[in-house]
Design a protein. Sequence first.
Length: 290
Amino acid sequence: MKPGFTVGETARICSISADTLRYYDKIGLIHPSVMGENGYRYYKYEDFLFLNTIKYLKKLGMPLADMKKLFDRRCKEATRQNFFLQLDQINKQIGELQGIRLQLLRNIHYFDLTDNLDLEKQEPEIREYPDRLAILSHGESVKRKSRIKEQNVSADFSKGKSYDMLLSDVLEELGQENFWSMGPSICVKAKGDILSGRFDRPRAAGNMLVGESQSNKAKKVPGGSYACLYHGGSLEHMEESYQRLLKYIEANNLEITGDIYEIFLVDTIDTKIDEELVTHIQISVKRRTL
Protein backbone atom coordinates (compact mmCIF):
# COMPACT_ATOMS: atom_id res chain seq x y z
CA MET A 1 0.00 0.00 0.00
CA LYS A 2 1.31 3.43 -0.94
CA PRO A 3 2.21 5.70 2.00
CA GLY A 4 0.64 8.73 0.34
CA PHE A 5 -0.21 10.41 -2.95
CA THR A 6 2.12 10.74 -5.92
CA VAL A 7 2.85 14.07 -7.61
CA GLY A 8 0.42 13.21 -10.40
CA GLU A 9 -2.35 12.21 -8.00
CA THR A 10 -1.82 15.30 -5.87
CA ALA A 11 -1.89 17.52 -8.95
CA ARG A 12 -5.21 15.99 -10.04
CA ILE A 13 -6.84 16.12 -6.60
CA CYS A 14 -5.75 19.71 -5.87
CA SER A 15 -6.30 21.01 -9.43
CA ILE A 16 -2.71 22.15 -9.75
CA SER A 17 -0.09 21.22 -12.33
CA ALA A 18 2.67 18.74 -11.58
CA ASP A 19 5.22 21.31 -12.78
CA THR A 20 3.92 23.79 -10.22
CA LEU A 21 4.25 21.19 -7.45
CA ARG A 22 7.83 20.52 -8.49
CA TYR A 23 8.55 24.27 -8.51
CA TYR A 24 7.12 24.67 -5.00
CA ASP A 25 9.35 21.79 -3.93
CA LYS A 26 12.38 23.41 -5.57
CA ILE A 27 11.95 26.78 -3.81
CA GLY A 28 11.21 25.13 -0.49
CA LEU A 29 7.62 26.30 -0.22
CA ILE A 30 6.20 22.82 0.32
CA HIS A 31 7.79 19.38 0.04
CA PRO A 32 6.24 15.91 -0.20
CA SER A 33 5.97 14.74 3.42
CA VAL A 34 6.65 11.01 3.10
CA MET A 35 9.59 9.06 1.69
CA GLY A 36 8.54 5.62 0.46
CA GLU A 37 10.63 2.46 0.61
CA ASN A 38 11.11 2.71 -3.15
CA GLY A 39 12.71 6.15 -2.79
CA TYR A 40 9.69 8.00 -4.14
CA ARG A 41 8.25 10.90 -2.16
CA TYR A 42 4.57 11.18 -1.45
CA TYR A 43 2.16 13.89 -0.32
CA LYS A 44 -0.20 13.47 2.63
CA TYR A 45 -3.62 14.96 3.33
CA GLU A 46 -1.98 17.67 5.47
CA ASP A 47 -0.05 18.77 2.38
CA PHE A 48 -3.36 19.25 0.56
CA LEU A 49 -4.32 21.78 3.22
CA PHE A 50 -1.09 23.70 2.62
CA LEU A 51 -1.66 23.61 -1.13
CA ASN A 52 -5.19 24.97 -0.75
CA THR A 53 -3.82 27.71 1.52
CA ILE A 54 -1.24 28.59 -1.13
CA LYS A 55 -3.97 28.79 -3.78
CA TYR A 56 -6.14 31.26 -1.90
CA LEU A 57 -3.15 33.31 -0.72
CA LYS A 58 -2.15 33.65 -4.37
CA LYS A 59 -5.66 34.87 -5.15
CA LEU A 60 -5.20 37.52 -2.47
CA GLY A 61 -1.96 38.61 -4.13
CA MET A 62 0.56 37.30 -1.59
CA PRO A 63 3.99 36.58 -3.17
CA LEU A 64 5.38 33.05 -2.83
CA ALA A 65 8.38 34.38 -0.88
CA ASP A 66 6.03 35.85 1.75
CA MET A 67 4.13 32.56 1.95
CA LYS A 68 7.39 30.72 2.61
CA LYS A 69 8.23 33.12 5.44
CA LEU A 70 4.75 32.65 6.88
CA PHE A 71 4.99 28.85 6.76
CA ASP A 72 8.55 28.80 8.12
CA ARG A 73 7.70 30.89 11.20
CA ARG A 74 4.16 29.75 11.65
CA CYS A 75 2.79 29.82 15.15
CA LYS A 76 -0.60 30.64 16.55
CA GLU A 77 0.00 34.40 16.81
CA ALA A 78 1.62 34.72 13.37
CA THR A 79 -1.21 32.73 11.83
CA ARG A 80 -3.77 34.90 13.62
CA GLN A 81 -2.17 38.06 12.23
CA ASN A 82 -2.21 36.53 8.78
CA PHE A 83 -5.91 35.74 9.16
CA PHE A 84 -6.62 39.42 9.84
CA LEU A 85 -4.53 40.47 6.84
CA GLN A 86 -6.46 38.04 4.68
CA LEU A 87 -9.76 39.38 5.98
CA ASP A 88 -8.68 42.93 5.11
CA GLN A 89 -7.83 41.86 1.58
CA ILE A 90 -11.07 39.94 1.19
CA ASN A 91 -13.16 42.84 2.50
CA LYS A 92 -11.42 45.17 0.05
CA GLN A 93 -12.12 42.83 -2.84
CA ILE A 94 -15.74 42.41 -1.73
CA GLY A 95 -16.13 46.20 -1.69
CA GLU A 96 -14.67 46.51 -5.17
CA LEU A 97 -16.87 43.73 -6.53
CA GLN A 98 -19.96 45.27 -4.92
CA GLY A 99 -19.09 48.58 -6.55
CA ILE A 100 -18.68 46.92 -9.94
CA ARG A 101 -21.97 45.07 -9.44
CA LEU A 102 -23.82 48.29 -8.63
CA GLN A 103 -22.32 50.00 -11.67
CA LEU A 104 -23.43 47.16 -13.92
CA LEU A 105 -26.92 47.25 -12.43
CA ARG A 106 -27.09 51.03 -12.99
CA ASN A 107 -26.02 50.65 -16.60
CA ILE A 108 -28.56 47.89 -17.18
CA HIS A 109 -31.22 50.14 -15.60
CA TYR A 110 -30.32 52.99 -17.98
CA PHE A 111 -30.45 50.64 -20.96
CA ASP A 112 -33.81 49.18 -19.90
CA LEU A 113 -35.17 52.67 -19.26
CA THR A 114 -34.14 53.99 -22.64
CA ASP A 115 -35.29 50.83 -24.44
CA ASN A 116 -38.82 51.51 -23.22
CA LEU A 117 -38.88 55.17 -24.28
CA ASP A 118 -40.89 56.41 -27.22
CA LEU A 119 -38.70 59.39 -28.02
CA GLU A 120 -41.03 60.61 -30.75
CA LYS A 121 -44.15 60.71 -28.57
CA GLN A 122 -42.65 61.66 -25.20
CA GLU A 123 -43.65 64.96 -23.64
CA PRO A 124 -41.62 67.26 -21.41
CA GLU A 125 -42.31 66.76 -17.72
CA ILE A 126 -41.49 68.23 -14.33
CA ARG A 127 -39.39 66.10 -11.99
CA GLU A 128 -38.28 66.73 -8.44
CA TYR A 129 -34.68 65.90 -7.57
CA PRO A 130 -32.78 66.04 -4.27
CA ASP A 131 -29.34 67.62 -4.05
CA ARG A 132 -26.87 65.58 -6.08
CA LEU A 133 -23.10 65.57 -6.41
CA ALA A 134 -20.95 65.73 -9.52
CA ILE A 135 -17.24 65.84 -10.30
CA LEU A 136 -16.99 68.76 -12.73
CA SER A 137 -14.16 70.32 -14.69
CA HIS A 138 -14.47 73.98 -15.63
CA GLY A 139 -11.36 73.91 -17.82
CA GLU A 140 -10.48 73.84 -21.49
CA SER A 141 -10.56 70.05 -21.38
CA VAL A 142 -14.36 70.29 -21.16
CA LYS A 143 -14.45 70.16 -24.95
CA ARG A 144 -12.64 66.80 -24.82
CA LYS A 145 -15.05 65.13 -22.42
CA SER A 146 -17.24 62.44 -23.90
CA ARG A 147 -19.76 63.58 -26.52
CA ILE A 148 -19.10 67.31 -26.12
CA LYS A 149 -15.65 67.13 -27.69
CA GLU A 150 -16.64 69.13 -30.77
CA GLN A 151 -18.30 71.96 -28.87
CA ASN A 152 -16.81 75.27 -27.78
CA VAL A 153 -16.23 76.02 -24.14
CA SER A 154 -17.88 79.12 -22.69
CA ALA A 155 -15.32 81.90 -22.43
CA ASP A 156 -15.98 82.50 -18.74
CA PHE A 157 -14.77 78.96 -17.98
CA SER A 158 -11.55 79.06 -20.01
CA LYS A 159 -9.41 78.41 -16.94
CA GLY A 160 -9.32 75.55 -14.50
CA LYS A 161 -7.96 72.12 -13.83
CA SER A 162 -8.29 69.58 -16.62
CA TYR A 163 -10.90 66.89 -16.14
CA ASP A 164 -8.25 64.16 -16.21
CA MET A 165 -6.27 65.89 -13.45
CA LEU A 166 -9.41 66.58 -11.44
CA LEU A 167 -10.56 62.98 -11.74
CA SER A 168 -7.17 61.68 -10.63
CA ASP A 169 -7.38 63.91 -7.54
CA VAL A 170 -10.86 62.64 -6.75
CA LEU A 171 -9.92 58.98 -7.19
CA GLU A 172 -6.92 59.51 -4.93
CA GLU A 173 -9.23 61.02 -2.31
CA LEU A 174 -11.97 58.41 -2.64
CA GLY A 175 -9.65 55.47 -3.17
CA GLN A 176 -9.29 53.57 -6.44
CA GLU A 177 -11.70 50.94 -5.14
CA ASN A 178 -14.44 53.60 -5.27
CA PHE A 179 -13.96 54.27 -8.98
CA TRP A 180 -17.32 52.63 -9.52
CA SER A 181 -19.05 55.41 -7.58
CA MET A 182 -18.59 57.55 -10.68
CA GLY A 183 -21.97 57.76 -12.37
CA PRO A 184 -22.98 58.81 -15.88
CA SER A 185 -21.23 61.62 -17.73
CA ILE A 186 -22.75 65.06 -17.31
CA CYS A 187 -22.54 68.32 -19.23
CA VAL A 188 -23.52 71.67 -17.68
CA LYS A 189 -24.78 74.60 -19.74
CA ALA A 190 -25.56 78.16 -18.72
CA LYS A 191 -29.06 79.64 -18.64
CA GLY A 192 -27.96 82.62 -20.73
CA ASP A 193 -26.53 80.44 -23.46
CA ILE A 194 -29.66 78.32 -23.73
CA LEU A 195 -31.98 81.35 -23.80
CA SER A 196 -29.77 82.89 -26.50
CA GLY A 197 -29.96 79.76 -28.63
CA ARG A 198 -26.35 78.76 -28.02
CA PHE A 199 -26.97 75.09 -27.30
CA ASP A 200 -23.41 73.96 -28.04
CA ARG A 201 -21.53 75.86 -25.30
CA PRO A 202 -20.78 73.67 -22.25
CA ARG A 203 -19.60 75.55 -19.21
CA ALA A 204 -18.54 72.39 -17.35
CA ALA A 205 -18.43 68.63 -17.76
CA GLY A 206 -17.67 65.57 -15.71
CA ASN A 207 -19.45 62.70 -13.99
CA MET A 208 -22.24 62.31 -11.51
CA LEU A 209 -21.13 60.91 -8.17
CA VAL A 210 -23.45 58.14 -7.02
CA GLY A 211 -23.77 55.95 -3.96
CA GLU A 212 -22.51 57.03 -0.55
CA SER A 213 -19.08 58.28 -1.64
CA GLN A 214 -18.25 61.86 -0.71
CA SER A 215 -15.57 64.20 -2.05
CA ASN A 216 -14.68 67.75 -1.08
CA LYS A 217 -13.95 68.31 -4.77
CA ALA A 218 -17.52 67.45 -5.75
CA LYS A 219 -19.92 70.17 -6.82
CA LYS A 220 -23.53 70.23 -5.76
CA VAL A 221 -26.21 69.84 -8.38
CA PRO A 222 -29.01 71.69 -6.58
CA GLY A 223 -32.20 69.86 -5.80
CA GLY A 224 -35.57 71.17 -6.87
CA SER A 225 -37.92 71.20 -9.84
CA TYR A 226 -36.57 70.39 -13.28
CA ALA A 227 -38.23 70.47 -16.68
CA CYS A 228 -36.98 67.30 -18.33
CA LEU A 229 -36.90 65.66 -21.74
CA TYR A 230 -35.02 62.71 -23.21
CA HIS A 231 -33.00 63.43 -26.34
CA GLY A 232 -32.18 60.57 -28.69
CA GLY A 233 -29.18 60.75 -31.00
CA SER A 234 -26.04 62.85 -31.21
CA LEU A 235 -25.61 66.26 -29.63
CA GLU A 236 -25.43 67.93 -33.02
CA HIS A 237 -29.23 67.67 -33.23
CA MET A 238 -30.20 68.83 -29.73
CA GLU A 239 -31.68 72.18 -30.75
CA GLU A 240 -35.10 70.66 -31.48
CA SER A 241 -35.23 69.02 -28.03
CA TYR A 242 -34.26 72.29 -26.35
CA GLN A 243 -36.85 74.24 -28.31
CA ARG A 244 -39.54 71.78 -27.17
CA LEU A 245 -38.46 72.22 -23.56
CA LEU A 246 -38.35 76.02 -23.80
CA LYS A 247 -41.87 76.10 -25.29
CA TYR A 248 -43.07 73.83 -22.49
CA ILE A 249 -41.51 76.11 -19.88
CA GLU A 250 -43.14 79.18 -21.41
CA ALA A 251 -46.55 77.52 -21.84
CA ASN A 252 -46.62 76.39 -18.20
CA ASN A 253 -45.71 79.78 -16.75
CA LEU A 254 -42.28 78.61 -15.59
CA GLU A 255 -38.91 80.31 -15.59
CA ILE A 256 -35.39 78.93 -15.66
CA THR A 257 -33.63 79.40 -12.33
CA GLY A 258 -30.17 77.96 -12.85
CA ASP A 259 -27.92 75.79 -14.93
CA ILE A 260 -29.01 73.17 -17.43
CA TYR A 261 -27.77 69.60 -17.04
CA GLU A 262 -27.36 66.97 -19.73
CA ILE A 263 -27.06 63.46 -18.28
CA PHE A 264 -25.64 60.96 -20.77
CA LEU A 265 -27.57 57.78 -20.00
CA VAL A 266 -26.35 55.91 -23.08
CA ASP A 267 -23.00 57.38 -24.06
CA THR A 268 -20.35 56.87 -26.71
CA ILE A 269 -18.54 54.48 -24.38
CA ASP A 270 -21.65 52.26 -24.64
CA THR A 271 -22.33 52.43 -28.38
CA LYS A 272 -20.85 53.72 -31.63
CA ILE A 273 -24.32 54.09 -33.17
CA ASP A 274 -25.55 57.70 -32.89
CA GLU A 275 -29.21 56.66 -32.97
CA GLU A 276 -28.71 54.66 -29.76
CA LEU A 277 -27.35 57.60 -27.75
CA VAL A 278 -29.74 58.97 -25.11
CA THR A 279 -29.32 62.17 -23.10
CA HIS A 280 -31.63 63.36 -20.32
CA ILE A 281 -31.93 67.15 -20.41
CA GLN A 282 -32.78 68.70 -17.04
CA ILE A 283 -33.53 72.43 -16.75
CA SER A 284 -33.93 73.94 -13.28
CA VAL A 285 -37.25 75.83 -13.12
CA LYS A 286 -39.75 77.46 -10.79
CA ARG A 287 -43.25 78.86 -11.13
CA ARG A 288 -43.16 82.41 -12.53
CA THR A 289 -44.53 84.97 -10.10
CA LEU A 290 -46.80 87.77 -11.32
